[in-house]
Ligand binder design. Structure first.
Ligand SMILES: [Zn+2]
Length: 306
């Protein structure tokens, strides 16, 4: 009998806007399959194990080359999405201190020495952040984050310079470097108009450009370039009626038809109800699921909602 249980590694967006995101799944024999996330696709699953498992670690060999090493013991995840051993072995762990003089292995150094982009991203309620993307992940990085509007503000010679600029924009422009996924999901349940978010993002990006232009730093050029939101995110980022998904994704069975995808968030239509809900599939990361013809319980809240 085939084991249909999978360890979820998360939602992955491709490098080009033309392709579709996928839910990446690890089978018990260590092979991977990808469940396509697209408008009209039905996704059904049940949670098949308690708790979260380690997703392994990465060894970085260069700008486009890395190995994903699976967790040898399929250990419980107790450091975010990793076990203690994989957390320590992960090259990317060292990335964040590189610009403060931290030592990195040669492969990660070569990854970090590629050109990087500095961007300002705005989420569905106007909350915004500054961030960085390696050249090869320029578009994808913002798609993964679930940005509604975003602008590139600088192209830096390498990953050290870009992180210096990022810290400056936080210090002098007041933009944080993290927005929690729970806040993004809540915002998508009642999004502001995309037009207003685009204007807000443009104003914040202009401030960021002023901050870095006045910084006296070398090794970058200021750019004024927009980011194109994927067409698949259109409905989730518009002001159609929707609600927060009322069930936690740590147990039970779930199933719905996908209408739109933004980052790890999907706009999901539950059977027969005609209602749409914002589901954060990122919550499945590290969980073990079984795919099948499962359905979400339709919440008995319709009267309250209208
Ligand atoms: Zn591990």
């Amino acid at each position: 009998m085939t084991d249909t249980r999978y360890l979820v590694h998360g939602v992955f967006w491709p490098a080009t806007p033309a392709a579709r995101p996928v839910l990446r799944l690890q089978a018990s024999d260590g092979t991977f399959r990808e469940a396509a996330l697209d408008g009209g696709i039905r996704l059904g699953f049940r949670l098949a194990a308690e708790g979260k498992s380690c997703l392994g670690h990465h060894l970085v060999h260069g700008p486009a080359r890395r190995d994903h090493v699976l967790c040898a013991g399929r250990s419980p995840a107790d450091r975010g999405n990793q076990c203690g051993r994989c957390f320590v072995a992960d090259d990317f762990r060292l990335m964040h201190d590189f610009h403060r003089g931290g030592r990195v292995p040669p492969g990660l150094r070569s990854y970090l020495m590629q050109p990087h982009w500095l961007y300002v991203a705005t989420f569905a309620n106007g909350v915004s952040k500054v961030g960085t993307a390696a050249d090869l992940r320029k578009w994808q990085r913002l798609a993964e984050q679930g940005a509604v509007a975003a602008s590139y503000v600088a192209r830096a010679a390498d990953g050290r310079v870009v992180r210096v600029l990022e810290d400056l924009v936080t210090r002098d422009g007041g933009l944080p470097q993290q927005v929690r996924s729970a806040a993004k999901a809540a915002a998508l349940a009642a999004p502001a108009s995309a037009g207003r978010l685009t204007a807000h993002n443009a104003a914040l990006a202009a401030t960021a450009r002023r901050v870095i232009s006045a910084s006296g730093e070398d090794g970058f050029e200021v750019v004024d370039e927009g980011w194109n939101r994927p067409a698949l995110a259109e409905r989730l980022c518009s002001a159609t009626a929707r609600h927060s998904y009322p069930h936690a994704l740590d147990s039970g069975q779930h199933g719905f038809t996908i209408r739109s995808v933004c980052g790890s968030f999907v706009l999901a239509a539950l059977d027969d109800a005609g209602l749409e809900f914002v589901v954060d599939l990122g919550r499945l990361k590290g969980r073990t699921i079984e795919l099948g013809t499962y359905s979400s319980e339709v919440p008995a809240v319709q009267e309250a909602l209208f």
